[in-house]
Ligand binder design. Sequence first.
Ligand SMILES: [Zn+2]
Length: 118
Amino acid sequence: MPIYEYTCNECGKRSSTFYKVMPKELPANQECAHCGSTETEKVMSRAAYVRSTASRHEASGDPDAPGYDYWRDPSNIGRWAEKRMGEAGIEMPDRVKEMIGQAREGEVDKILDKRGLD
Ligand SMILES: [Zn+2]
């Protein structure tokens, strides 16, 4: 899941934006989720990670499919997401909660079957 993080110049907090697929062009000034200011700067260190994730998605030919590595250890999914979201100081989107819930209930096996991993 491509994630972009922005630091707000007004309140100093971080905001995260989730993309299902890699956008062709990112908005120059992402709105701060905390104070609504558009005086934000992209956190560059995260962009490198995001690019590699997007490349994997493109290679799989299915932009909606989560990367295999991401699902490999279902017990890590919730922990990772909660940690990242907690660090960013933002609430976890419903879509993420849903994915974690599915993974914890064993839905991850069905997802892997569907993808026909070799
Ligand atoms: Zn702000």
